[in-house]
Design a protein. Structure first.
Ligand SMILES: C[S@@+](CC[C@H](N)C(=O)[O-])C[C@H]1O[C@@H](n2cnc3c(N)ncnc32)[C@H](O)[C@@H]1O
Length: 319
């Protein structure tokens, strides 16, 4: 009873503030091995949860995020003025720099700031609770809103553009490739049938179309639209390619003995990270610090259910 009341109170407060509970904060900081006075790059700033932990340990942080709201909120938290440069929003202080950018451009951000010695780089992939719970961002099948899903709302195709514009076969492939959705063909067929009479514009419309042809999974009891929404989000934000582009740039930027720590939330991302770390180790460029990926404790999952699929992998650069 008490837990439910606290939970509901938190939900109300979350809607009022930029909210995201950092996943595996202690483990992340431990693996980053934060040394006071050195620079770290937080590639997924979000609500600044991990950034604040690095700052508390005396590290300096360059925080990157695609999302305007994340940059503005963290700037507000640290009383930083946000400037609108031609490359995106920026905010500066002696120990914290914020840059609105895709982390795939991490090399350009570091070059622009002229910071060469980077002791650690951190990724906490995916979306923030704030993004998921802000209806108008269009990430959630639980909240009716325009079907958007762009992390950077200033450009690019929305989820509605994909749903209404791709051919049936392309939709089915997308749902299978990025959502591992077993009913991808049936869902794509239904979408194409429905959109002949009316453009699909909202999260509710799409969720209802999916529910009409796909029952709730008896195994994991997730909402029938879960996998399709994940697939669309990954495609809209080109998430896998951004990660593939960012990892080699990140490992090039790191100083020797620097740490690269990544938390991923689904098998597609985790595979990319695992394979890239293995390649670096085979080439004797890095030492893998996490044989098996680190997962959140039971206690953390109870407090923060969104952490449950998190997997943390870390390497140390050796040459
Ligand atoms: C899981 S949240 C990070 C939460 C943060 N670590 C915290 O504890 O507050 C992921 C964030 O990464 C951002 N993001 C996702 N893909 C990105 C990319 N390719 N480049 C830059 N930011 C990205 C999202 O906009 C979101 O704010």
């Amino acid at each position: 009873m008490f837990v439910t009341i606290i939970g509901n109170l938190c939900k109300i407060l979350n809607k009022m503030n930029y909210y995201h509970k950092p996943v595996m904060p202690t483990e992340s900081i431990e693996y980053l091995n934060v040394t006071p006075g050195f620079w770290y790059i937080d590639c997924n700033l979000g609500g600044g949860g991990h950034t604040s932990k690095i700052l508390e340990k005396g590290g300096k942080v360059i925080g990157i995020d695609l999302d305007n709201d994340a940059i503005r909120e963290v700037a507000k938290k640290y009383n930083l003025e946000v400037v609108n440069s031609k490359r995106g929003l920026r905010a500066f202080s002696d120990n914290l720099i914020l840059a609105q950018s895709n982390f795939a451009n991490i090399d350009q951000v570091a070059y622009e700031l002229d910071i060469k010695e980077i002791a650690g780089i951190f990724f906490d992939l995916g979306v923030s609770s704030f993004q998921l719970e802000t209806a108008q961002r269009g990430f959630s099948f639980n909240l009716d809103a325009p079907l958007d899903m762009r992390m950077d709302q200033s450009f690019g195709a929305t989820a509605a553009d994909l749903v209404n514009g791709l051919h049936e076969k392309e939709l089915a492939e997308l749902f299978w490739k990025y959502g591992e959705e077993n009913f991808s063909k049936v869902i794509a067929k239904k979408i194409v049938e429905v959109r002949k009479s009316k453009r699909i514009e909202t999260t509710n419309q799409l969720a209802n179309i999916i529910s009409s042809v796909r029952r709730k999974s008896p195994v994991d009891r997730t909402h029938p639209a879960t996998r399709v929404f994940q697939a669309l989000r990954i495609a809209v934000n080109d998430e896998i390619n951004s990660l593939k582009e960012a990892l080699p740039k990140a490992s090039n930027l790191l100083s020797i003995k620097g740490r690269l720590v990544v938390i991923s939330f689904h098998s597609l991302e985790d595979r990319v990270v695992k394979n890239y770390f293995k390649k670096l180790e085979d080439e004797q460029k890095a030492k893998i610090l996490t044989g098996k990926p680190i997962e959140p404790s039971e206690e953390e999952v109870n407090i923060n259910p969104r952490s449950r699929s998190g997997k943390l992998r870390a390497i140390e650069k050796v040459s």
